[in-house]
Ligand binder design. Structure first.
Ligand SMILES: O=C(O)CCC(=O)C(=O)O
Ligand SMILES: [Fe+2]
Length: 333
């Protein structure tokens, strides 16, 4: 069965939660977004697992440093991303987002239920088994494909290491999530997404309906987000404190990867690991208003994986049906 619209009470509740989240709110630096070092990962696994679990169950967002993806590699991926988005529009239009497939290029099509206006951005998504005819040619952008493929694989490995720590604490075997995100299968649907938020125009300043990315939770199990120093705007709101609408800024830095729990892992963990709301606010007067680039890796279980939890908090659903339902609610036709 394929769900393209919300039908069950659980699905309706998830969408309602999202629709209530669109106001401005306030900003607070009272909460700490922890930086966790992954240095010497194999030997320090127990200690790292404690730190990850504590940060994840607290505000659901944390940053990892000493994560093993060196800065030159990250810089190179961002350089390729900027060069892709700099291509003429007619070139990018040859590689359009396949709706519902998380693959290809789109601009201004993502409308979050929380705000109802399109995110002020363009994006290019790489989902490995779905890339037929979606790569720019080597003449158009030499080295793009190999850079993105390599970067995605490094992200996958890191995400599986982190998910292995969560598996330990959830009483699952350590390879549980690695099997669920098997990149050698045609059912793999984890996605690397290059994001370009446009330089912010004068006429949109002070317009409270405009967001770089409206408030949302991520659909996936775990997100890795690469940000650039000086290109801020990401804010998080822990669900337990949602009523207060006081959002915490997540400071970007080139050496850190910001991680957050997605809805799939929240379901899988019977809500022990919360997926929290976040958004990218528009620049204000006096702030940097140039373009903002980020890269996100979304670890989403393979389409044929059944997401069911030990405690039965949520009805079982295949990862394919779950993602289809969330995409249908979040992109305009
Ligand atoms: O670009 C960012 O800082 C956040 C992007 C994000 O939350 C998303 O694409 O899900
Ligand atoms: Fe997100």
């Amino acid at each position: 069965m394929s769900h393209t619209t919300a039908t069950t009470p659980t699905e309706m509740a998830e969408l309602d939660r999202e629709r209530r989240m669109g106001g401005q709110g306030t900003e607070t630096t009272d909460r700490e977004v922890r930086r966790i070092s992954l240095a010497d990962f194999e030997n320090r696994r127990a200690e790292i697992t404690d730190q990850l679990w504590s940060a994840a169950t607290d505000i659901g967002f944390f940053q990892v440093v000493d994560h093993g993806i060196d800065l030159a590699t990250v810089d190179h991926a961002f350089d390729m991303s900027a060069r892709f988005f700099d291509l003429p529009r007619a070139v990018k239009e040859q590689y359009p987002l396949k709706k519902g497939q998380n693959a290809g290029w789109e601009y201004m099509t993502q409308v979050r239920p929380s705000v109802g206006t399109p995110d002020q951005k363009e994006s290019y998504q790489y989902t490995r088994p779905r890339m037929d005819a979606l790569w720019p040619s080597e003449e158009e952008l030499a080295g793009f494909r190999s850079t993105i493929e390599d970067f995605e694989h490094r992200c996958w490995r890191l995400a599986m290491n982190l998910l292995g720590c969560f598996a330990d604490r959830l009483g699952l075997d350590r390879e549980f999530f690695t099997r669920a995100h098997d990149p050698s299968s045609t059912t793999y649907q984890s996605t690397l997404r290059l994001l370009h938020y446009y330089a912010f125009p004068d006429e949109l300043l002070d317009d409270e309906s405009i967001w770089r990315a409206g408030a949302h939770t991520d659909f996936d199990a775990l997100t890795l987000l690469f940000q650039r120093s000086g290109q801020g705007g990401l804010q998080v709101l822990p669900g337990a404190e949602a009523h207060g609408q006081a959002w915490t800024p997540v400071e970007p830095s080139d050496d850190a990867i910001t991680c957050n729990i997605g809805d799939m892992l929240m379901r899988w963990s019977d809500d022990r690991l919360p997926s929290n709301f976040h958004r990218v606010r528009a620049p204000r007067r006096g702030e940097y208003r140039g373009p903002r680039y980020t890269i996100a890796y979304f670890a989403q279980a393979n389409t044929d994986v059944l997401i069911e939890s030990a405690g039965g908090t949520y009805p079982p659903i295949t990862a394919a049906a779950y993602i289809a339902q969330r995409i249908a609610a979040n992109f305009r036709k």
